[in-house]
Structures are given as C-alpha cells and as structure tokens.
Design a protein around this ligand. Structure first.
Ligand SMILES: [Zn+2]
Length: 260
C-alpha cells in the first residue's frame, strides 16, 4: 500500500491495481486529518461509538468531498459480524449486512473497521465488485466464500481472473483469542505463545480467497496491523473498545478517473 494526500487527509491506495484492475478504486482512510477529539482523534467515521455526531458528520463530509463522492452514491453497511451480503445498485445505509456486491459504476461501497479486515474482490472482465467486513465471526461463517459464490452465480465471474485487496487489520501477534475460538480455525493460522492462543486472521482470509480460486499473485495486502500502528489506525483491541473507525471505500470507475 502507498499513501496519497487529498485535502489534508492521509489515504492508503494499492498502486498495483492500476495495471491489473484499471477502473477499480480502493481507498483506505487513516485517522489523520479529521476533527474528532480523543479517543476518536481524528478522522473517526464510525457512528454510535461515543463520538459527537457533529464531528462524525464533518469527518464524513470532508472525506466524500476530498474524493468527489456524492453522498447518495455511498452504500454503507450496519455491520453485525455476520455473513449476509446485500446486492446493491444505489447508496444508503444497509442494516444487518456485512458485505456488498455490485456492478454499478460510480457506486462507492464503504466498509467500516478497527481491527477487522476489509476485503475487496473485483473481476475486471465483468466489472463486478464485492466489499466485505471480515472479522473473526464473519470469516468463520464463510463470508468470503459466500461473496465469491454470488459473484460467480450472478455475475458469472471466473475467480482465476479476479483480484482481491485485503485492508489493514489486527495481526496474528496482536490478536489473542480464547482456546475455543482458536479451535474453530485451521491449526495453520493459530499459534500458542506462552499459554495464549493467537489467531492470524489475515492468513485465514488469504487462504479463503485462494480456495475460492483467486491466484495468490492477485491478492494484495496492506501489510499493516491496526493495533501495531496507533498513529495511523484505530484498534478496538488495543484501545479497549474506546476508539473510532476507518473506512475502506471501493468504487468501479472509468480507468482514468481513479484517485491514485
Ligand atoms: Zn499487530
């Protein structure tokens, strides 16, 4: 991932997309450049966490203006750590869903995270896009395979031609889980260190994408841990729940229109 600056906001992009998925825009926000006070400082985009509504609105407006996204062309989930995916062609708040699928050009899909991973799957030939919120529970419930299934059935994609972007999330060293939770995952993505189980959720996600048929060379990672990088990212675990949210924004555009 590389950084760009737009109107004082520090944003992450995947430069590799220009060659492999022209027309796909993926933007990761950081906590820099907003108006919220601690512990939400400063570009908090998540509601109902304790931050002032006015600040959240100001932050969201600044982000959408900086990226030239019209509010009515923004689709947001009301994430519940499930595996439900909404097929959308217009903006709005979709409660009860943890993911979106669309082929609508110019519609921005927003995924809100603070330790959980955002996963974007895109197939250039069909111009079909999925954006997912993938935490431990959603991963375990198979949200990635479900998205790949919808893209295959409804949009006739061939995963061999699809690409994926995995956003920042909590790394295996930072993510301690109970023994029960660790046992729900393959042994290859868990580790026992000094009596504490750890889950490498990113490794599990990449394994899921590959078992859905995406080539490993087509899976791009931010390689940044939300918990290890307090200056850049919110972390639900690190901050004991009192923290904000960043967004991953995915949009199908014309090749020359992407913010990069
Ligand atoms: Zn970490």
């Amino acid at each position: 991932m590389e950084w760009i600056e737009r109107s004082g906001l520090k944003l992450g992009v995947f430069p590799a997309l220009e060659a492999v998925a022209p027309g796909l825009e993926v933007i990761i926000t950081t906590r820099a450049g907003g108006v919220s006070a601690a512990p939400f400082d400063s570009l908090n985009l998540g509601g109902a966490l304790g931050d002032r509504e006015k600040n959240i609105r100001t932050n969201r407006r600044a982000l959408l203006l900086a990226l030239d996204i019209r509010p009515r062309m923004l689709a947001r989930t009301g994430q519940i750590h499930g595996a439900q995916i909404a097929e959308v062609s217009r903006g709005g708040a979709y409660r009860g869903f943890d993911g979106f699928v669309t082929s609508k050009r110019g519609l921005t899909l927003a995924i809100s995270t603070a330790d959980c991973y955002s996963v974007v799957i895109y197939s250039p030939p069909e111009r079909a896009l999925a954006a997912l919120h993938v935490g431990r529970k959603g991963a375990e419930r198979g949200i990635i395979a479900r998205a790949a299934g919808i893209l295959g059935l409804r949009h006739r994609i061939d995963p061999a031609y699809a690409i994926a972007c995995v956003g920042p999330g909590i790394c295996g060293a930072c993510y301690a889980v109970s023994r029960e939770d660790a046992r729900r995952f393959p042994r290859s993505v868990t580790r026992l260190a000094r009596g504490v189980w750890h889950l490498d959720l990113e490794a599990f996600i990449i394994g899921e994408l590959e078992s859905c048929g995406l080539p490993s060379k087509s899976v791009f990672r931010s390689q940044l841990c939300t918990s290890c990088n307090p200056a850049l990212f919110y972390s639900h675990r690190r901050d004991g729940g009192a923290t904000g949210r960043h967004w991953t924004l995915a949009t199908i555009r014309s090749a020359g229109e992407c913010a990069r």
